[in-house]
Ligand binder design. Sequence first.
Ligand SMILES: [Zn+2]
Ligand SMILES: [Zn+2]
Length: 399
Amino acid sequence: MDEHSTQMIQRYFKEYYFRFGSRIKAPSEIEHREFGYLPFGGMMTRHLAFKDLGDLRALLVKEAPAGFYCSNSTYEDPSAEMHLKGWKKAELIFDIDADALNQPCKKVHDVWLCKGCGRKEFGLRPETCPSCKSNRLLELPWACRQCVEAAKKETFKLLDFLEFDFGITSSGAKIYFSGNAGYHISVEKSAFENLDTHARADLADYLSGRGLSAGVLTSRRPAAGDPGWRGRVARYIRDLPEDDPAFAKSQAFSYEKRLFEIANEFSTKQIDSFMGRVISDNCVHIDSMVTTDIHRIFRMPETLNNKTGLVKRECEKDLSGFDPLIEAVALKEDDRNAEVFVDLSPKIELGGDSYGPYKSEAKNLPLFVAVYLITKGAAKLLGNSNEKLPLAREPSKSP
Ligand SMILES: [Zn+2]
Ligand SMILES: [Zn+2]
């Protein structure tokens, strides 16, 4: 990001923290948490501790960092080096990222960039650049409504597992839009807080269906009312439509017939492939590393995501009615516009409107849209003097 654009983004962040910093809530046991922040153009600072929320909010307004993070763990001494911190416990965290869900729309809106010749195009990254044959190609993922909806659907799957397999009701899990293209789910004050990293890995494996064998289909006939994966597998097979390619030919429509068909007519290869499909359609696509690692710091709720300029926002109401493409816009009741030069951007939806696609063109866009495109690395701010910066006026009023 060029200097001029960076300055504007930082001022946008500063104004947001000045006006809305009071929305940031203290995590439980704030004095036992580790904090960290990433300054614009700087290196991450970790191992910070805050005694109270006032100091934390003051830092956000003063520094307006690109990212601000808080541990899900609590420690005896959070500002000590990692091995001396004295780990106490950690909330269970799940990370669902739309990009990892590989929606078919990715080939429409994702962008690849050749580091050899600078060629930039829509579509999935090719093996080598058609212009210069370089294989140094970067993937630049974007997320459309379909991607964000897929992440929400995955979150619902996770909540179902949490409730019916782990006994964690929806009131025990907090759901956050990540500020980019996914959701963070945090389970607080549960019996799982004391689990070590190995037990958390087992939990992540369970959600991913890792290690689930095809034997569940052939030798240990699952029933729809069974707990855990057995019941999920049974209900999935029972509820497949009549025209499902796996059973349409044999006309095995009832659950009993389908199970018989699998055990007696399917080849081993067919069983394995069908089982792969059952797992893939029923598992939760989480980033296991995030759940397993108990020494991470996570973007703090109500802070801004430097990859989009959107807010990491808690979904406090019903998840199905939560629209992050509207509700996570930081300064949305704002009539300011910004002149940007957009290099390459797919059509995006933000704040209730859609914009683009754009290719090598100057546009006058709502400020939050300009911020989104700049932080995505797709645009730069136009205008040379500081007076013309959209945020030249200092934030002065609190709502
Ligand atoms: Zn190239
Ligand atoms: Zn998409």
